[in-house]
Design a protein around this ligand. Sequence first.
Ligand code: SAM
Length: 259
Amino acid sequence: MKYTVLSLFPEIIDIYFASSIMAKAVSRGIVEYRPVNIRDFALDKHHTCDDAPYGGGAGMLMLPEVLGKALESVISAASGRVIYLSPGGRPFTQDLAKELVREEELILLCGRYEGIDQRIIDSYVDDEISIGDYVLSSGEVAALALIDATYRLVDRVITSESLEEESFSGGLLEYPQYTRPEIYGTLQVPEVLLSGHHENIRRWRLRKRVEKTLSLRPDLIRRGKESGLFDGETRKLIQELGGDRDERDTGHRSLPDEG
Ligand code: SAM
């Protein structure tokens, strides 16, 4: 997977590619990073990259000619999807991360100020993606979230086992996890996890996944049911835990006691 990132502050992105698991993925040649400093494409000696919006209003917009030149420098026939990180984009989800990871290259355009001239979106952008319903001051933070969620899905970056029962896989959140010590303060690791009984552990974990999802994200349960995502065992647990009652999209609910 190749990430080409267009930014006014590429140093924010550089440090991520030089750290931890990502640095290893880059050194093993699994991930490639191409930073593009938008300011290098400015047209004047002051390296101006922004101007006031037509029609008035607060703030500045990134200049289309500068962005156009920066994009032209990286776009070729073989290039991947051009994505503008934008609060007005379609929501970024685990499913979208899985879709994006099938691309050979992602070209990520990071906005600043009040955003970018619409004509750049019309001319070059394949996808506008938002990382959530809030406004960040910069596209770099959003690009990093997208990069982080996608590169770990690339083959050989982490073990595929780690991805199997993660939150959102199979339409459920992850089960609670514990490590040493067995007793922390007054809190004990659930007995079943110490039993070595793999089938009981598997059943306990599935139950906890359903419980947690019903409590924190009932919208995921509803969507999973609608799309026929759940197997018989999961459907039975949902019913047993009261998940067949009418759910609201958000909000917490209490669960029946575990037997
Ligand atoms: N004026 C814009 C609006 O109201 O939609 C907000 C611009 S924001 C201050 C500056 C840049 O941050 C945007 O161009 C975009 O690249 C990035 N950004 C802000 N919030 C984002 C979000 N939720 N998802 C993705 N990118 C975001």
